[in-house]
Write a protein that binds this ligand. Structure first.
Ligand SMILES: [Zn+2]
Ligand SMILES: [Zn+2]
Length: 416
């Protein structure tokens, strides 16, 4: 039997209503904060990710799907969305206009070990603001993100926040951390022994026991921020407090990407085990310039769809209520039935029907199997009387209503 490859999966109709609900909620909330959607390609030149995410990161070193195309050019399936948004921003000179607020949704690809809630093709909803440096913006976007979770009625979320400093204050901190970790080499894991020299911050969020113990007394970045970064961090915290958004400072939180500066954050949720980060992001003030654009301070985040799906699995029935139109009789009855179906669909009602002109019993059976909420029954007698029967499948009741204006009657029933 042919199967999907490891780490890839189908999203079947049973799950899709939840996904659409999450996506629609994101669109509604993000657009109320002035965001517009951008659709970026799934494939980019490999160089884009090397230059943005960083050469010495897990993503670039071990996790990218990189291929040569037929002309020998190295291309990569996007492992995240920010790099492409920044590339598009520079390529289309969007910096000529006002600040850009862009969101995207779609699949990303990373060659990681698949586990619960983690796939090699995974879906993200991301948002990026390009061209604004104020800490008030950081706080507003975090407020938007937490509002999104609360609209989805997601309980048990925690916003953790940290600052990673800037190119002025981070190098000094890195050196101090390197010195500190130099004395702990005996207990660090193999990966972290390499990280100490090139990317010592990553040791702080290594989950291995030795590394967690070794870093428990490590110097904190928050005590090494320059005045500018410290002021920014405290302003973000103040604005969050004013907005009523609860945030917990986590000085060990670093992100696995090189481009972050100043504010970084993660949102975790209860109930999905150890892989409990459902959204993450931060400020990246240097990336646009590093990729060849003008100085442009930016802030963004990405939300993981699969984990959101796990958390909201128990959510209420989101599928549009289905109406089944059962018709039996001669050609004139079927013509009237088709007219009813047509009018309902024009009014946005989800309608199913029978294609084989079967008797009433098999039609009702089919309606039941499809999970129809209402069944409309039109036979010779009903048509002659200008009526139609409406069977409420949940309540088990049936009433006869006027055929004229049936679409309005059904729409009203569905809405209440
Ligand atoms: Zn700084
Ligand atoms: Zn480690």
């Amino acid at each position: 039997m042919l199967r999907t490859i490891r780490g890839f999966k189908d999203i079947l109709p049973a799950e899709i209503h939840l996904w659409q609900h999450i996506e629609e909620t994101a669109r509604k909330i993000f657009e109320s904060y002035g965001f517009s959607e951008i659709r970026i390609p799934i494939v980019e030149r490999t160089d884009l990710f090397r230059r943005s995410i960083g050469e010495v990161t897990d993503i670039v070193e071990k996790e990218m799907y990189t291929f040569s195309d037929r002309h020998g050019e190295s291309i990569t399936l996007r492992p995240e969305g920010t790099a492409s948004v920044v590339r598009a921003y520079i390529e289309h000179k969007l910096y000529g206009g006002p600040i850009s607020k862009l969101y995207y949704m779609g699949p990303m690809f990373r060659y990681e070990r698949p586990q619960k809630g983690r796939y090699r093709q995974f879906y993200q909803i991301g948002a990026e603001v390009l061209g604004e440096e104020s800490p008030r913006l950081d706080a507003e976007i975090l407020e938007m993100l937490m509002r999104f979770f609360s609209h989805l009625k997601l309980a048990g979320t925690t916003l953790q926040i940290n600052s990673l400093g800037c190119r002025i204050c981070r190098p000094g901190y890195k050196d101090e951390l390197k010195r500190y970790l130099g004395g702990k080499r005996g207990v660090l894991c193999e990966d972290c022994l390499k990280r100490v020299e090139i990317n010592p911050l990553r040791v702080l969020d290594c989950k291995s026991r030795g590394c967690t113990e070794a870093t428990s007394g490590a110097p904190s970045i928050l005590e090494h921020l320059c005045d500018e970064c410290r002021g920014h961090f405290h302003a973000v915290l103040d604005c969050l407090q004013t907005a009523g958004v609860h945030a917990v400072t986590n000085k060990r939180m670093v992100r696995g990407l090189d481009y972050y500066t100043k504010t970084t954050f993660e949102v975790t949720a209860e109930g999905i085990g150890a892989q409990n980060t459902i959204a993450a992001g931060g400020r990246y003030d240097m990336l646009v310039r590093d990729l060849g654009g003008p100085d442009t301070p930016c802030f963004g985040f990405a939300i993981g769809m699969e984990r959101m799906g796990l958390l909201l699995k128990e959510a209420t029935e989101l599928k549009k209520p289905l109406v089944f139109v059962a018709v039996f009789g001669g050609d004139d009855v079927h013509a009237a039935g088709m007219d009813v179906i047509d009018r309902l669909r024009e009014h946005g009602v989800a309608v199913e029907r029978d294609y084989e002109r079967k008797g009433i019993k098999p039609q009702l059976k089919r309606a039941n199997r499809l999970g129809a909420r209402y069944v409309l029954i039109l036979g010779t007698d009903e048509l002659a009387a200008g009526t139609i029967a409406v069977k409420d499948m949940e309540a088990g009741t049936q009433e006869v209503v006027s055929l004229e204006g049936i679409e309005a009657t059904v729409v009203k029933k569905i809405r209440t």
